[in-house]
Design a protein around this ligand. Structure first.
Ligand code: K7E
Ligand code: CUA
Length: 656
């Protein structure tokens, strides 16, 4: 996004200069200009719950944060693509495999677009999916545990950005490449990009019961940049729409060279047709390498499997499956209204918003109203699919969401505002400034047939002077607007973790009743679990030592261990025997090159310690768990590598 914005900025430099001053002026005028009852509208009394969950992506933090609306309170940061020492994610032995890729262990990514699973076109609150852009991956988070339970790498992709959006029964989660690359990858001159680099659009099936992901097929497309996408719904269910830029197929000085064409395309993909083709044996298996990482819900351990091939589909082999709709000008957002009839292309460099009609698109295909083709893919005549344009609504349109009353809301980065307009008449109804430089916006249920149009959340790139300063780096933020009336009303600013690119929201009642409170100890199938203090032990196998440890208020068992030697690999497998809600224990070991563990009731987690020095080394509980939390401590005696200290462990008695 940042690069894309830079190019926009370069081209419309004059406008930028104008709007930056404008921003300053707005800031002064608007502070304190809120209506008196605004505080009430966002006030959630102590002990009460918010009405909506909002899952806001962290961009370069790689994570997904959970907020309540309307309060804007942060409840949790769910670690997804980045290691998180707070939760031991990517540090403990159980979750390290989640971050495995074909490039090895990659403990970071750039996470942009969360999308909640749907049933019959309505948000169902079971899972939320999110894309990793940089090392292309799609993650699935289970909304009963709020944990990342699956990550699938996307081969033949680069800058996995037009992702991760789900179809109306979560048949597929879709991942499109932003950058085109040689497919398969190979050593070749960059200047030979045009005609040789390709873009891949990946359709990943989601098992309706367990949510397991599996790549069904990859559509290998011309070498454009596939920026954003959205599923058809209702009447257009079975189709998927992708915005493109760089239809020039440039590979250098993109801010100029990828802005030459008057129109780029929205690609319309009939995935049902391709699915049928593939089910009948169509497509070509291509050798490749990608990781599929799954967290087993019984053992609570992740495994990483390397997959070796992927089914690719050439669009020319499936006539009638792919069409291109010309759309001015380097469109970013590609948004579909709740009825599935309208597809909005937000041309970043266009004065107007372009809206396509699904019905007109079908008619154009039927009548073959084509204006040529691109690499054999028919280009629909611009006027033939055009539903209408929203005339000069603002500068630098990025994204559109919809309410439940037939209105659309579009963000404008350069003029820094949200503009409300009427679907069908295309008239602008209202506008509200954003502080500042808004990217995405989110209405709970926005990507579905049933938006809950009470609030819109705008996610901003720039907040200078809006909060107490924190050095050169200041927070990004979100802003909450009430959209229940005719006019939008700004209610609240709240800071966010990382760069909030997009969010998904839903009524709290969809998720709250299913939220897990503990893991049942009896269901714990971790191979190193100790389910009672009687099961605790220390086992040496050559230079590897496994400690089967338990924790309960307020001690570890064992808490004295001897016979560990310098150069050993010591695995602490710690089971939390508690079965009460909200009683985790932690454990940390001096000098361990990893994080602490934070172990939920009934769960087993493991960290590795490789002692380097002789001595007696303490460990302790890192989570304040009871009045005697400070007493939750223990010692490990480490002897020289060649010592004869016998292996012993105990609790409540002196060793020897
Ligand atoms: Cu930031 Cu959706 Cu990655 Cu636009 S994208 S803002
Ligand atoms: Cu257990 Cu503190």
């Amino acid at each position: 996004m940042k690069n894309l914005l830079k190019s926009t900025l370069a081209i419309v430099a004059v406008l930028v200069a104008f709007t930056s001053c404008n921003n300053g002026a707005k800031s002064g005028k608007n502070s304190g200009a809120l209506a008196n009852n605004v505080a009430e509208k966002v006030y959630v009394a102590p002990g009460e719950h918010d009405e909506f969950y909002a899952f806001i992506s962290g961009g370069f933090s790689g994570q997904l944060s959970v907020y309540g609306l309307p309060s804007g309170r942060l409840f949790k940061v769910i670690p997804v693509f980045s290691q998180d020492a707070e939760k031991a994610y990517g540090y403990n032995e159980e979750t390290k495999p989640m971050l495995n890729t074909s490039h090895g262990f990659v403990p970071w990514d750039d996470a942009h677009h969360p999308d909640i699973s749907q049933t019959n076109g309505v948000i169902d609150g079971r899972w939320v999916f999110i894309n990793g852009n940089n090392t292309p991956r799609i993650a699935k988070i289970d909304l009963s545990t709020f944990e990342t339970t699956e990550i699938i790498e996307i081969p033949n992709s680069a800058g996995n950005h037009s992702s991760s959006f789900v179809t109306e029964n979560t048949e597929y989660v879709v991942a499109g490449t932003r950058f085109s690359v040689p497919i398969p990858q190979k050593d070749m001159p960059i200047k030979d990009y045009k005609g040789n680099f390709k873009g891949s659009l990946t359709f990943i099936t989601v098992d309706p019961e367990h949510g397991n992901m599996d790549i069904k097929f990859q559509l290998i497309m011309p070498g454009f940049d596939y920026d954003l996408s959205h599923p058809g719904r209702g009447k257009s269910h079975g189709w998927f729409f992708f915005s493109t830029y760089n239809t020039e197929e440039a590979s250098t000085l993109m801010e100029v060279n990828a802005s030459q064409n008057d129109k780029d395309f929205i690609a319309a993909v009939n995935w049902k047709k391709i699915e049928e083709y593939v089910n009948n044996g169509g497509g070509t298996m291509m050798p490749t390498n990608y990781a599929h990482n799954v967290n087993d819900e019984n053992t609570h351990m992740a495994t990483s499997t390397m997959k070796k091939e992927v089914l690719t589909v050439n669009p020319l082999d499936v006539p009638g499956a792919v069409y291109l709709m010309p759309t001015p000008k380097s469109p970013h957002g590609c948004d579909v209204d709740p009825t599935g009839e309208y597809i909005v292309g937000s041309g970043k460099l266009s004065a107007n918003l372009t809206v396509h009609s699904f019905t007109k698109m079908l008619a154009a295909i039927e009548n073959e109203s084509f204006a040529g083709d691109a690499y054999g893919i028919p280009i629909i005549e611009f006027e033939a699919s055009l539903a209408g344009v929203v005339e000069q609504p603002g500068l630098g349109p990025l994204h559109t969401e919809f309410d439940d009353k037939g209105n659309a809301y579009t963000t404008f980065f350069i003029s820094s505002e949200v503009v409300k307009w009427k679907v069908g008449t295309w008239e602008v109804l209202d506008r509200q400034p954003c502080y500042y430089s808004v990217g995405h916006l989110m209405i709970p249920g926005g990507n579905s047939q049933k938006p809950f149009g009470k609030y819109v959340v705008a996610m901003n790139k720039i907040t200078k002077d809006r909060y107490l300063p924190t050095g050169p780096e200041v927070t990004q933020s979100a802003q909450l607007y009430d959209i229940s009336g005719d006019k939008m009303e700004l209610l609240l600013d709240f800071p966010t973790i990382g760069e909030p690119h997009y969010a998904a929201g839903c009524p709290a009642d969809l998720i709250k009743p299913r939220s897990k409170k503990i893991f049942n100890l009896e269901d714990n199938k971790h191979p190193y679990a100790a389910k009672s203090e009687a099961d605790t032990k220390v086992v040496r196998d050559g230079k590897t030592v496994h400690i089967y440890m338990t924790t309960i208020r307020s001690h570890f068992a064992p808490d004295n261990i001897e016979g560990i030697k310098v150069g050993d690999k010591v695995y602490f497998h710690v089971t939390n025997l508690e079965q009460d809600y909200d009683v985790p224990h932690g454990i940390s070991m001096i000098g361990a090159n990893t994080s602490e563990l934070l172990i939920m009731p009934g769960q087993t987690e493991t960290f590795l310690w490789e002692p380097k020095q002789e001595g007696v080394w303490p460990f302790y509980c890192t989570d304040f768990c009871s009045a005697l939390h400070q007493e939750m401590q223990g010692y490990v005696r480490v002897s020289a590598a060649n010592a004869n200290t016998p292996l012993k462990w105990s609790l409540g008695e002196d060793i020897e």
